[in-house]
Design a protein around this ligand. Structure first.
Ligand code: AVJ
Ligand code: FE
Length: 439
């Protein structure tokens, strides 16, 4: 049990950090850019901004605080289910100045609600859940806005130092022994509904890559005709590869001499061979894995590799233990605008020596997005429940654009298998060969 005053301080920091980021992502472009649609897959940035404020108003100001609405008339405009992303630019949205004023008004009230909440009692307020949920929500939209920035054309407006270089050489693979482990959580106070409840899962031994697949490795697949060999793709994956005319990860381009480059937030940079590949869809990940004689890990395998501590038998919050991530553990929080070289975070490794599980790139798993046994929605069906059983694959681990508040060993992300504007890569896994796990 953490004392309410400590929780309150932490919530204030997390909410303030989210708002600084939302501001930075929306103050760096002009109004025309904020209302424009940079891709039919994305909302205009100004929609995300006001939607962030609207969710905060619904949950913190009205529900937790029991206060008067700031703007009851705009709920429908910012209801993600009422309007698909492609139709949002045509809505009578708040203009950029109005949106900025709106989120500030809501936040001022939310600060007051936070000051007065006991942070205990009612489940929504207990341990500050509602405030943490809203901080996570804002950060998730900030990551979405970062993806919109990546899709946006025109001169670069975002800047960050280069991600760190390798500090240690990694083995190709790690053997994870079979056995039972605790998947999900019933005790992490800020875990979202889909991460709950904790349950025992029994897995046979498996082998998992020590790091995500790099650009250099992916280039070998590409050079070996990976995109031209239907036998490497699933039936659905090949149909998509054909209809979408995929021939390389999104944002890759080749120059006259055959060298590969990558467009990264408005700059064209040489393809870095030792950074994880990013902006591939599930079907590309699946084809690579088959080419490598492997497969994608299941979500349970990923979580066992990330959380299970062989010494204690316990599942921990992060690969390195229960401590919150620092800059030494993982590439999170948009400190860098790219994944780091593999081997750059030795302090972030799991006890078995699996690296880069947290940060750098979201990792596609082979699992569909489904509820854990005993799931119940909280606090609303539309966060997770309505997506269960849809055409979604689970992604794990967070990217360089994920804030620590929205990232942990239990955190589950999901998206359509064709999507690649998200900061997604992957690592491979495989069954153990006979005798391999006995050593
Ligand atoms: C969990 C990232 C898939 O962005 O659609 C934001 C998070 N839910 N607002 C999404 C979310 C409601 C969600 N993902
Ligand atoms: Fe949202």
């Amino acid at each position: 049990m953490t004392a309410p005053e400590v929780v309150r301080e932490r919530l204030a920091t997390d909410l303030a950090r989210a708002r600084d980021r939302s501001r930075a992502l929306t103050d760096c472009v002009d109004d025309g850019d904020l209302v424009a649609q940079h891709s039919p897959l994305m909302s205009p940035l100004v929609w995300d901004l006001a939607h962030i404020g609207n969710q905060e108003e619904l949950w913190l100001v009205r529900d937790v605080g029991g206060r008067e609405a700031v703007r009851r008339d705009i709920d429908e405009l910012y209801d993600a289910f009422a309007h698909p992303r492609s139709t949002r630019p045509a809505l009578p949205l708040l203009n950029p100045d109005e949106a900025r004023r709106y989120v500030t008004q809501v936040r001022d009230k939310a600060w007051d609600v936070l000051d007065r909440s006991p942070l205990q009692g009612r489940r929504l307020e207990r341990d500050g859940f509602a405030f943490a949920m809203i901080a996570q929500h804002e950060q998730q939209h900030d990551e979405t806005m970062l993806a919109t920035h990546q899709l946006r054309t025109g001169p670069a407006v975002l800047d960050a130092p280069a991600a760190p270089a390798a500090r240690t050489a990694l083995p190709a693979e790690v053997i994870v022994p079979g056995g039972e482990f605790e998947m999900g959580t019933s005790t992490d106070p800020w875990a979202l509904d889909n991460e709950r409840p904790s349950h025992r899962v029994l897995l046979p031994a498996f082998v998992i890559d020590a790091a995500p697949v790099t650009n250099g490795e992916y280039l070998e697949f590409l050079g070996d005709g990976g995109y031209d060999r239907p036998e490497l793709w699933s039936e659905r994956g090949w149909a998509h590869r054909r209809s979408a005319d995929l021939d390389a990860p999104q944002f890759w381009q080749r120059d006259g001499s055959g060298s590969w480059w990558r467009r990264v937030f408005g700059r064209v940079v040489p393809l870095h061979p030792n950074q994880p590949v990013v902006h591939v869809c599930y079907f590309e990940a699946q084809a690579y894995a088959r080419w490598a004689g492997k497969r994608l890990p299941t979500e349970a395998e990923w979580e066992r590799a990330a959380r299970w501590d062989p010494a204690s038998g316990r599942s921990r919050r992060f690969p390195w233990g229960d401590a919150e991530p620092t800059a030494a553990h993982a590439n999170l929080g948009q400190r860098h605008l790219e994944p780091a070289e593999v081997g750059a975070y030795p302090d972030g490794a799991s006890p078995l020596g699996v690296h880069h599980l947290i940060g750098d790139v979201w990792e596609w798993t082979s699992s569909d997005f489904l509820p854990y046994p005993g799931f119940s929605f909280f606090p609303y069906r539309e966060y997770s429940e309505v997506f269960f059983g849809g055409d979604y694959k689970v992604l794990r681990g967070g990217s360089f654009g994920t804030d620590p508040v929205a990232c942990r060993g239990t955190f589950r992300n999901w998206d359509h298998p064709v999507r690649r504007q998200i900061f997604a890569g992957f690592r491979c896994a495989r069954d153990v060969a006979p005798g391999e796990a006995d050593v």
